[in-house]
Design a protein around this ligand. Structure first.
Ligand SMILES: [Zn+2]
Length: 166
């Protein structure tokens, strides 16, 4: 009997482990702030998009038609995410990029908010919501990173080296 109970307990534990983990879509990232802290540092629009995974209206963003040379950074933490060379005019109403500076700087998660699967993109440094990535890009990467303007900032300088020289 004792073995049976042990066996059942083990089976239960295994079954419990087999449950898929709850997807929080709020990843653990190097930059950790409470929602109160984010509310103090972000504008209301930035907070709604970056922290609450909102979407700005198409054609409304300041970087949609932006064509200057430079680097796009996370509006929440300043991490360099995209360059102007990776930007292209997708016609979708949001700034679009065919690649990121480094894939390690972008986190992805499955998003079913609209009833079908999309791939959400987030800043890997702070977890801020950027937008979505689609596999219908027109360049050789085949990717279209569709990013909210309020999620990013721009600076007219090149990308800093990923690893600092010692
Ligand atoms: Zn960030």
């Amino acid at each position: 009997m004792r073995i049976f109970v042990l066996l059942m307990t083990t089976l239960w534990a295994l079954t419990a482990c087999a449950q898929p983990p709850k997807t929080t879509r709020t990843p653990m990232t190097p930059v950790k702030k409470t929602e109160e802290e984010w509310k103090k540092t972000l504008t209301a629009d930035q907070y709604r998009v970056l922290r609450e995974k909102g979407t700005e209206a198409p054609w409304s963003g300041k970087f949609n038609k932006h064509k200057e040379d430079g680097t796009f950074t996370c509006a929440a933490c300043g991490a360099e995410l995209f360059t102007s060379k990776q930007k292209f005019d997708s016609g979708c109403g949001w700034p679009s990029f065919d690649a990121a500076i480094d894939n390690k700087r972008i986190l992805t998660a499955k998003d079913y908010d609209l009833g079908y699967a999309r791939t959400e993109i987030m800043c890997a440094n702070c977890g801020g919501h950027l937008g979505h990535v689609f596999d219908d890009g027109p360049t050789e990467t085949g990717l279209r990173y569709c990013v909210n303007s309020v999620s990013i900032d721009f600076k007219k300088v090149g990308v800093k080296p990923v690893t600092a020289a010692h």
